[in-house]
Design a protein around this ligand. Structure first.
Ligand SMILES: Cc1cc2nc3c(=O)[nH]c(=O)nc-3n(C[C@H](O)[C@H](O)[C@H](O)COP(=O)(O)OP(=O)(O)OC[C@H]3O[C@@H](n4cnc5c(N)ncnc54)[C@H](O)[C@@H]3O)c2cc1C
Length: 473
């Protein structure tokens, strides 16, 4: 029987182990923490289920939706999405709506938006390489400056001219300003089916339900998941061309025919005994951005109606605020409070990452009062800080050349499959990581030649799928 080791019990690792265990492969998952779900876990906070910031599930891929449907079944709520951008003291609907933009901006600004757009239509930037060029080409520089620049720079911690166009191509619908205006005026007229932008299926007990149920299935099929077992390194044979197994941080060694790794790619490569200098230089130039989540419980039900808000305002570090009150009623049950999650992004070397919890809570409260998000009459009754390391692989311009060097090196190691968000250095959503997991399993059981690195590199836009096409319940 084939033997496989999976590193990490997040969406990528568990979807792979789920599929392998069903096909009779002897599989063991080593998870560093004491829970499943990775960044997509749900947990109980002050008597209510919450996630690590907003976790909206959507995909057009039939394998991924089959995975969701098989595990969640009908235990989900269709949530109407409402998200807005807070900028210049005003709220703008996001995705942008033409009428709402007109209402909130001055005549001069609207004229500038149109003018800059016409300039770009007449003189487009050839082969846009960075985020600024890519977005300006589609929407003009003024609209880019208002709605994309500040937020992207807060998120990534580098200038938009240093952010690779790949990121925009993967995440922003490839439409022009004219098409955007047209679709925001005529959106859904004559089209009775909601798209994945308007609504999303959310498991009634949090996004992590999917992974808790995958774990149950794996155990039922005789697969193993062991917690609090961080993997130190992946072991290779003498020629460094075939995987041998893994060594855990506690020193124990486990052998296998396949190792599916979802641990950070940088840690994986740096764990090998010998790495060619070129590969070492390449891996050392790839880096991640971290998130600090500050949770507040506020003694009211009525703060704002959005699932989450994007905070573009440059006067605060705060980037996004989730309001779990507005996800589905099964989360809040009969509670009369609202739990918010505030996101702050930083690098590991930044002072804020090592600041103590009390200082972070104080800063978060001050920032909330700068943007007046909680009225004075409402009180914060509970606070909690959670740090999520390495959650954003930074797509700095030219990163792909470095990643290609690493990929070429790893492709030659038989039996090793690096997948997942930090595992493959890909800005994955849950669905991309699940797809990578399912395809990795398929590679083992069907011995096919799928290139896992290609997942989430196409520019197919997932959100325009119709909700009726993806859910069978
Ligand atoms: C704030 C935030 C908001 C997000 N919003 C959304 C959203 O709305 N929709 C969406 O679809 N996605 C969203 N995502 C992305 C989603 O969380 C990830 O795409 C998904 O969790 C990635 O799955 P993964 O398995 O690749 O990695 P992870 O979820 O990171 O799982 C990796 C697992 O590996 C374990 N691990 C790491 N190193 C080791 C080691 N050495 N040994 C053993 N175990 C190890 C970790 O503990 C973890 O459990 C969001 C992410 C963040 C941070």
């Amino acid at each position: 029987m084939k033997k496989a080791i999976v590193i990490g019990a997040g969406p990528a690792g568990l979807s792979c182990a789920y599929e392998l265990s069903k096909k009779g492969v002897d599989v063991i998952v080593f998870e560093a923490s004491n829970h499943v779900g990775g960044m997509s876990r749900s947990f109980n906070l002050w008597g209510q289920i919450v996630d690590l910031g907003p976790h909206r599930f959507f995909s057009k891929q039939k394998e991924v939706n089959a995975f969701f449907n098989a595990l969640v079944k009908d235990d989900f709520t269709l949530v109407n999405r409402q998200t807005r951008i807070f900028y210049n003291g005003k709220y703008f609907q996001y995705p942008l709506k033409f009428g709402n933009v007109l209402k909130n901006l001055s005549f001069v600004t609207i004229f500038q938006i149109l003018w800059h757009y016409i300039v770009r239509v007449l003189f487009p930037i050839k082969n846009p390489k960075n985020l600024e060029e890519w977005i300006s080409n589609r929407f003009g520089k003024k609209l880019y400056t208002i709605f994309f620049k500040n937020y992207s720079e807060k998120l990534w911690g580098i200038k938009c001219t240093q952010i690779d166009a790949d990121w925009a191509a993967q995440r922003i619908k490839t439409l022009s300003l004219v098409q955007a205006v047209f679709s925001s005026i005529f959106n859904n007229k004559g089209n009775k089916h909601k798209t994945l932008v308007d609504q999303f299926a959310y498991p009634n007990n949090g996004t992590g339900t999917l992974y808790e149920r995958a774990a149950e299935s794996i155990k039922k099929e005789n697969g193993k998941i062991v917690f609090n077992k961080p993997v130190k390194r992946v072991l290779l044979n003498k020629s460094n061309k075939k995987v041998r197994g893994v060594e855990l941080v506690d020193g124990s060694v486990f052998e296998a025919d396949y190792v599916i790794s979802t641990m950070p790619l940088t840690n994986l490569v740096n764990g090998f005994d010998q790495v060619p200098g070129k590969v070492k230089n390449a891996i050392d130039s790839l880096y991640f951005r971290n998130t600090i989540l500050v949770y507040f419980e506020v003694d009211t039900k009525d703060l704002f109606t959005d699932n989450w808000l994007y905070i573009h305002a440059p006067e605060v570090k705060l980037g996004r605020v989730t309001n779990f009150r507005n996800w589905c009623p099964t989360l809040t049950k009969d509670k009369n409070t609202s739990i918010l999650a505030l996101e702050f992004w930083c690098f590991e070397k930044d002072k804020i990452w090592s600041a103590n919890d009390n200082d972070l809570i104080k800063m978060a409260k001050e920032e909330l009062s700068v943007i007046n998000l909680i009225p004075k009459k409402d009180k914060i009754i509970n606070s909690r800080v959670i740090r999520v390391p390495k959650c954003y692989p930074v797509y700095e311009t030219g990163y792909m050349n470095k990643l290609d060097i690493v990929k070429d090196y790893l492709k030659d190691i038989e039996g090793l499959m690096p997948i997942g968000r930090y595992g493959a250095f890909k800005y994955n959503n849950q669905d991309h990581s699940i797809l990578m997991g399912l395809l990795a399993a398929n590679k083992i059981t069907n011995n096919n030649q799928i290139d896992l690195w290609k997942v989430n590199t196409d520019t197919e836009y997932q959100e325009d799928g119709k909700i009726k096409d993806v859910l069978i319940y």
